[in-house]
Design a protein around this ligand. Structure first.
Ligand SMILES: [Zn+2]
Length: 201
């Protein structure tokens, strides 16, 4: 069991971006990563999270089946987003895992009141485990369909690489998070300007 879900950072501004951001590039989505993301994004409750974390022991083939689908979705979505960010063409094969999940999960939109405002949320019809990926696939499809005008960004910190959707008024957001990467950049700029250190704070 992971000690805490603190490594799930919801900074992407879109569900599909938070999903891809859960897995660093060149590594594979873990079962814990998937389940903790599902809880952090409120697709599942805390109780359901506990059940799901135990699923690889209680029903290994169900867990493995879902994990493989989620990994395929994550890896191909990363390729599609990278191409989109570079204004390159998105290959049909990268979109297929999204369509595959959209096809098998029925659902509908519902208005949800949250934080003082109504927003639309996709509610999947429950059945099997595939519905757990339905909202993510839906979010991915919406973003891909936005095309080149989508304000998809990659954090300006080269060590970070997180995707985010720029909802800022000026459309000039550079960092996944000002408090994480923005400040780190400021600190290193400060350190370069003020080195060698003079010993006083
Ligand atoms: Zn960052």
């Amino acid at each position: 069991m992971p000690s805490s879900p603190s490594y799930i950072r919801l900074l992407g501004g879109r569900l599909c971006l938070d999903f891809v951001n859960t897995t660093p590039s060149h590594s594979e989505l873990s079962w814990e990563g998937l389940v903790l993301l599902l809880e952090a994004t409120r697709i599942v409750s805390a109780d359901r999270r506990v059940q799901l974390l135990a699923l690889p022991q209680s029903d290994p083939s169900a867990a493995q089946g879902l994990l493989l689908k989620a990994r395929r979705l994550s890896a191909s979505l990363r390729k599609a987003l990278t191409a989109m960010h570079r204004k390159h063409r998105i290959a049909a094969e990268w979109v297929e895992p999204i369509n595959e999940i959209l096809r098998i999960t029925e659902g509908h939109d519902e208005l949800i009141f949250e934080d003082g405002a109504w927003r639309m949320e996709f509610v999947a019809r429950e059945g099997g485990l595939d519905w757990l990926l339905a909202a993510i696939a839906r979010s991915a499809a919406e973003l891909v369909a936005e095309g080149p005008k989508a304000r998809l960004r990659i954090c300006a910190n080269p060590q970070c690489g997180l995707f985010f959707y720029d909802k800022s008024r000026t459309h000039r957001r550079r960092w996944c998070s000002m408090s994480v990467c923005g400040n780190r950049s400021k600190v290193s700029t400060f350190a370069r300007r003020h080195s060698p250190a003079h010993g006083d704070a």
